[in-house]
Design a protein around this ligand. Structure first.
Ligand code: R5P
Length: 295
């Protein structure tokens, strides 16, 4: 098995080290017009190669995956898989208005035509129940809930885990069970990219607990800023934030701090200063086990 890293920073190397295999060297640069130049610096013939890719921003990076996968196949790799710790385009999972592109399906079809298998972490599965509803290649969706829970448990004495919306119940309940603490989920209604309303009621006996807002994706921060306001309005303590995928679009971090967030921690699926939870072991175990079916 070989790992080839498509600009993840260090994650590709950490996964290779944890999987006890070597990185396949790749030369990459941009032509002056912005097009991508890729060159394999070792022969991949007969190898099972996993591309580890940071797919943010998605449009710029997905082209790199498509070109690299085709190059690996053309040069004789026996299998080309994709490790996309953050899988973009999963949130538009239905047409809310006539004529809309269901990007989750089309992104899955594009990748499925180019790679033999996929590994990701906490893909946004809401109206799509599992990856095999959209991918026709073996695809594994790993969960970082236990790792996040352990990190929360390590620095929060009496946590209350709070999920900002109904779909967060899946990872919030798993994390709470792991560290043995109470949990709740709020109700969210989204009316625009940055326009979200969150509602819910906190029990009086939770006022002495340390709330931790747990979510899969932190993008504009609108969801968690609203959840913060709700906690504050009900006299709860200032929350911490724990997320798997730290996108932090634009001024998100400042908005969260202004809303009174007491601390932020995230997994290293996307490089960000809040990264505290490493995913290399989780991902390398899945690669060693082999990916033959959706899960
Ligand atoms: C969507 O339902 C996700 O689970 C997140 O809650 C959402 O993507 C967060 O987005 P934002 O930070 O832009 O509110």
């Amino acid at each position: 098995m070989r790992i080839i890293d498509l600009h993840t920073g260090e994650l590709g190397a950490r996964i290779a080290a944890a999987a006890n295999c070597s990185l396949l060297p790749l030369e990459q640069r941009r032509f002056p017009d912005g097009e991508r130049y890729l060159r394999l610096r070792e022969d991949p013939r007969g190898e099972h190669v996993w591309i580890v890719a940071d797919l943010m921003p998605p449009d710029e990076t997905l082209m790199g995956v498509l070109l690299l996968a085709a190059t690996l196949r053309e040069q004789g790799a026996a299998q080309v898989g994709l490790v996309a710790p953050y899988l973009p385009y999963m949130r538009q999972d239905m047409a809310f208005h006539r004529g809309e592109c269901i990007s989750a399906r089309h992104m899955a079809a594009l990748l499925g035509a180019r790679v033999d298998a996929l590994v990701t972490v906490d893909a946004h599965l809401h109206r799509i129940g599992s990856l095999d509803e959209v991918f026709d290649i073996p695809a594994r969706n790993l969960s970082a809930a236990s790792l996040l829970a352990d990190a929360v448990g390590a620095d929060t004495a009496r946590p209350l885990l709070v999920g900002p919306d109904a779909e967060s119940a899946q990872w919030v309940s798993a994390a709470a069970e792991r560290i043995g603490c109470p949990w709740t989920v709020l109700e969210k209604v989204r009316s625009g990219d940055r326009s979200v309303r969150v509602s819910g009621t906190f029990r009086p006996e939770w006022k002495s607990l340390e709330p931790v807002l747990l979510d899969d994706v932190l993008s504009t921060g609108s969801t968690l800023v609203e959840a913060c306001s709700l906690l504050k309005a009900q006299g709860m303590r200032a929350p911490r934030v724990a997320v798997v995928h730290a996108i932090f679009a634009g001024d998100t971090e400042q908005r969260l701090r202004a809303a009174g967030v007491a601390g932020i921690l995230s997994c290293d699926s996307l490089p960000h200063p809040s990264n505290r939870v490493g995913l290399a072991e989780l991902i390398s175990s899945a690669l060693r086990e082999g990916v033959t079916a959706a899960g």
